[in-house]
Design a protein around this ligand. Structure first.
Ligand code: ATP
Ligand code: MG
Length: 477
């Protein structure tokens, strides 16, 4: 892999920069941005984003200037590295479904054609393998006009089948010079490999990722598209569970939501709903039997209230279930471990427990996962998808490559691939948001007694100086 581009910025911040085509094609000509003739140009005071403009990953205010890690700010640039007639773009969607995929496709096509006058745009059919195995779909503004009102992806998607050489051969053979890749962590890893191979071959091809994960488990960015829609749609399942629970003697409404490794959907759906008595997520281990365990809490809630609602993220309790069942080594076509249905398993454990203690209980299990994934994105996600797509296109036209577009502290940025794929975004159960959830549900924390010595520890970021966090400046080279 080519080494990450890190620049020491003025004032002592570190710019984790994204690659540019001129890094390996230094003689590329530039052209004035055609957007200078766009109506948008005349209404915004400073329409073109300054090439030096950056966005901090963490906001650190310091008397001597910016500090910390920064990313390049997204947006239209004064100069572009592609002429409109020269652009031959393609769009591919990979991995699982997520609300908003069609909106991103639509807005990529609209941005390319309306803003930059691009006429040649191809859809790759059925994920990465579509580059070399299937037909392509010609795209224009008319074809994509109302696809944002539909769930899924009009391009189709798949897992597995990433063959870097074959994909780049196909890109080269078709004369494609802008590749837009929409997908999750696996997809972005694949995109990074495509970028590396394109660079190795010295091709004038911009490779751009748009991060997709309904679970909101991609690091660095504020949130992922589709997440807001998923939380909203999960309310319907929780409402149904509540109605079922209320209508039966000692009723339990039990809802399984998405979240293989991160419980954000379960946490936000619980906080939004107010009907949930217990939220179980992968980050917060829990146990069933004994004092302070789940069974004890369920018994208590049923005795107090006559019914309860439990929300469970699909990755929660996996270890506990694996211990009680034979080991699971199944993997999908992309190599991701296939999780067993913890919802079914836990429902059965709860039923067995109440049978054992001879207490009446009626449990209704609802798994709305595939229904949530398949719906069109809501208004907030539609706006977000539009901004992501516009930023992605501005960046490619400006010659940037090997990046993901994303929102950081409310600003559109270009983030190098390695920052998106190096780790996962998780719910931090020692943070206030999880504490707020515990206060709202009143469920046990399933943790041991609090170690109060932690509170006296100093912040690891550095010293507090004039009321701001002071981290040492970076020495300029
Ligand atoms: P999600 O998990 O949110 O559904 P994802 O993008 O992580 O989305 P995957 O099925 O893991 O979904 O991967 C999508 C595509 O990326 C597949 O075609 C897979 O072959 C490819 N891919 C996954 N991991 C890698 C990798 N490390 N290198 C190259 N390609 C990869
Ligand atoms: Mg994934």
């Amino acid at each position: 892999m080519s080494s990450p581009k890190i620049v020491n910025g003025p004032g002592g911040y570190i710019l984790q920069d994204v690659p540019h085509l001129i890094d390996y094609l230094p003689d590329l000509p530039t052209y004035p941005n055609p957007l200078k003739d766009n109506p948008a140009y005349s209404v915004v005071k400073q329409y073109f984003v300054d090439t030096e403009d950056t966005v901090p990953e963490k906001i650190i205010v310091h008397k001597d200037g910016p500090r910390g890690i920064h990313f390049r700010r997204a947006g239209p640039r004064q100069k572009v590295y592609f002429e409109s007639d020269e652009v031959h773009a393609c769009i591919v969607t990979c991995g699982g479904l997520c609300p908003g995929l069609n909106t991103v496709i639509r807005e990529l096509v609209s941005s390319l054609s309306y803003m930059y006058g691009v006429k040649r745009i191809l859809g790759i059919d059925g994920g990465y393998k579509g580059f070399y195995a299937k037909n392509t779909i010609p795209l224009n503004s008319k074809i994509v006009n109302d696809i944002h009102k539909r769930g899924g992806t009009i391009l189709g998607t798949s897992r597995g089948g990433h063959d870097t050489t074959k994909i780049v051969d196909s890109i080269q053979d078709r004369g494609i010079n802008q590749v837009y890749i929409i997908g999750g962590d696996g997809t972005q890893r694949g995109a990074s490999k495509i970028y590396e191979e394109i660079r190795r071959r010295g091709l004038k091809v911009a490779v751009v990722g748009i991060p997709k994960t309904i679970d909101n488990d991609i690091p660095v960015i504020d949130r992922s598209f589709g997440f807001d829609t998923a939380v909203e749609e999960a309310q319907r399942a929780i409402n149904a569970a509540h109605v079922e629970a209320e209508s039966n003697e000692n009723g339990i409404g039990f809802v399984k939501l998405m979240g293989r490794h991160s419980g954000f959907i379960a946490m936000y759906a619980t906080l939004a709903s107010r009907d949930v008595d217990c939220c179980l997520i992968p980050e917060s281990p829990f146990y069933l039997e004994g004092e302070g365990g789940l069974f004890e809490y369920i018994e208590k809630r049923l005795k107090e209230n006559g019914h309860m609602v439990i929300v469970l993220a699909e990755g929660a309790g996996q270890e506990m279930m694996s211990k009680s069942m034979e080991s699971n080594t199944l993997a999908d076509a992309s190599g991701n471990k296939v999780l067993k249905d913890v919802g079914l398993w836990l429902s059965q454990c709860i039923k067995d427990h109440f049978k054992k203690i001879k207490m009446v209980m009626n449990l209704k299990y609802i798994d709305p996962t595939y229904m949530i994934r398949a719906i069109p994105s809501n208004a907030a996600d539609n706006v977000y998808c539009t901004l992501l797509a516009q930023s992605a296109v501005h960046g490619a036209m400006a010659g940037y490559t090997g990046y993901t577009s994303g929102l950081v502290h409310g600003r559109q940025t270009y983030i190098p691939f390695y920052r998106i794929t190096e780790k996962q975004n998780n719910v931090v159960i020692t943070d206030r948001m999880w504490a707020r959830l515990l206060s709202s549900t009143n469920q046990p924390s399933f943790l041991g007694p609090k170690d109060t010595s932690e509170e006296e520890k100093e912040t690891p970021e550095g010293e507090i100086c004039n009321g701001v966090v002071d981290i040492p400046p970076v020495t300029k080279e």
